[in-house]
Design a protein around this ligand. Structure first.
Ligand SMILES: [Zn+2]
Length: 297
């Protein structure tokens, strides 16, 4: 759960809003001038693609940061909506709030839409903004503006730009993304026969897990399992990793080549949540280390 009080003033909230929207590949403009309450509206420009016609669409984004008081944003806080849209020739309205919009404000926006005074509206309230962080690519914004929440949420950050998913082998769902939304949804199953782990299987808990386990049992494997979520805890991650090394030292034949490669895939995927966020400097250093290794140093 994100505590938006970490952002301590409305200017910082505006700059968080801008970075959040830019990270979602939106084109954001900051028009000059401030509103009567000192707040500034931002503009988001999109191209709406119809079958025959493409046209520009501008959203007016109103940023309100009431997390300190916890009060909702009401009609008294959002005044002159249609005038503000007209001033910037905007078509739609976005409320970007660290709390929630009041029921009266939502009703007012619905009325304006029915009267065709605004074409569309969207509310990014605290919960919706947080949901955005469950996806990939926004982790840097969270780290920059809400570092304490970043530590507790541990969102996904690709280690080397390209994201590596961890898919359920039965339904294809990304178990790593699920691990951010909800704990303990994915497991890994070790298929063991004659004291060798032949394969490792990544599956959702429940029907996918039942199906894959039944198949393995029919093939004569015994199946131990582990919660994938635990690997997202840095302490357990490290314990599993060193445990794995110890296992290999004691018994180099414990894992088949395939199972070994699958475990490396697992560590790589979960590292995108468990390790700290990498920056450009880390990546540069990584590439030079790799180059040196390749030429034999
Ligand atoms: Zn599944």
């Amino acid at each position: 759960m994100i505590d938006y009080r970490e952002i301590d003033n409305s200017d910082a909230w505006e700059s968080f809003c801008r970075d959040y929207l830019v990270a979602q590949d939106l084109v954001v403009e900051i028009p000059p001038g401030r509103g009567p309450d000192g707040g500034r509206d931002l503009l988001v420009k999109e191209q709406l693609k119809g079958t025959l016609v493409t046209r520009p669409f501008t959203w007016l984004v109103s940023c309100k940061h009431y997390a300190q008081s916890g009060k909702s944003v009401g009609t008294e806080d959002e005044t002159n909506i249609t005038d503000r849209l007209a001033q910037h020739e905007a078509h739609g309205f976005i409320g970007f709030y660290s709390t929630v919009a009041s029921a009266a404000l939502i009703e007012r926006l619905k009325d304006l839409r029915t009267q065709m005074k605004i074409e569309e509206f969207k509310i990014y309230d605290g919960a919706r903004i947080e949901t955005g962080f469950h996806d990939i690519g926004l982790s840097g914004v969270l780290l920059q503006h809400l570092p304490v929440s970043h530590t507790s949420l541990r969102p996904i950050h690709p280690l080397l730009k390209e994201y590596v998913p961890l898919q359920c082998e039965n339904c294809g769902k990304d178990l790593l993304k699920q691990s951010v939304r909800n704990n303990k949804l994915g497991i890994l199953i070790f298929a063991e026969k004659d004291e060798v782990i032949h394969t490792v299987h990544f599956v959702c808990k429940g029907s996918c897990d039942t199906k894959v386990s039944a198949r393995l049992q029919r093939l004569g494997f015994s199946d131990g399992w582990d919660d994938i979520d635990e690997y997202c805890n840095p302490l357990i991650f490290f314990r599993r990793f060193t445990g794995h090394m110890a296992e290999l030292r004691n018994n180099p034949g414990k894992y088949s080549d395939k199972a070994h490669a699958q475990l490396i895939d697992l560590y790589l995927a979960v590292s995108q949540r468990t390790l700290r966020q990498t920056n450009e400097e880390d990546r540069q250093e990584y590439f030079s280390v790799r180059e040196l290794e390749e030429i034999g140093f």
